[in-house]
Write a protein that binds this ligand. Sequence first.
Ligand code: AQP
Length: 332
Amino acid sequence: MKRIVSGIKPTGELTIGNYLGAMKRWAEMEVENNESLYFVANLHAITVRQDSFELRKRTFDVVAWLLTCGVNPDKSLIFIQSMIPAHSEICWVLTNFVTIGELGKMTQFKDKVSKSSKDGQLAGLFEYPVLMAGDVLLYDADEVPVGDDQIQHLELTRNIANRFNNLYGQTFKEPKGTISKSTSRIMSLKNPDTKMSKSETEDSYIALQDKPDIIIKKFKRAVTDSDNTVKFDMEKKPAISNLLNIYSGFSGKSVDDIEKDYMNEGYGKFKTELGELVAGKLEIMQKKFSELREDEEQLMKVVLKGNAGANDIANKKVSEVFEKLGLVYHRY
Ligand code: AQP
């Protein structure tokens, strides 16, 4: 049996990038009889200033979306990161097993800093990969299903684990990243060179909460490459290739089959039908989400169950780590 750990930040409206790159796969991975832990990464969210009311609301939105996407709380532990003290505790320890140079090389850090004003360049943005390393190492994760933007962070996680293990004996498992090829990175609808992100401009992403007319309009306005043929070519035709990936993710059809379907058609028909496909699927999901989101008490029950399981595992690891370091430790 494999243990799988992954998280999602409640930083904005979740997008189809989060869905295809993460949540949809998380639900699929449960079927393979794995032991999965999925959490709302709200400690990560505060590396960029958040409105407190919105942060709390979005935390439960994420829980409800996980359930909507099919993650089963009887099979997986669904929990909230801030409710498990071990995440903050291990983060401080691991900060001392990584260098400033290593953290400065992280492309996500460089990217976020370049987009922030000087006041927004919080040290937490720099520390982010260490908190993430702790998220994974606390649970002896075998696999971490992530989008390919997270590969560098996972590599660092393995280095941190290895460094600690060499100094203090085998303590942490070095995790593997699992990336699904076609949907590993859903790109912005406005710029196929950048990842679709919930903190970018609204017309660059499809939010899971977008209404059908908005979805159809956004796909119609999505940038496309210069010729008018629906053909997958990540290098020469990144924009249409991205749309083909999205079509494939929502329809379950292979990109080859979709190309055949649209062989003699231009971009217009393809983009309209893609919009209709995604709008149809999301409309069904939105109904389910609304029902689940209404009952916050029930969502909290799901979380408390997940928290209990996660705390059990995480506290044992923190206790082992503190003991090895000679840090006096007792959980009250
Ligand atoms: N565009 C994407 N394509 C594929 N996978 C994606 N993920 C996010 N965007 C895409 C995957 O979703 C999981 C949770 O991501 P996250 O929301 O915690 O953080 P993120 O990757 O930083 O997402 P955003 O939307 O870009 O957030 P902001 O704008 O707040 O920084 C991860 O597994 C991620 O790979």
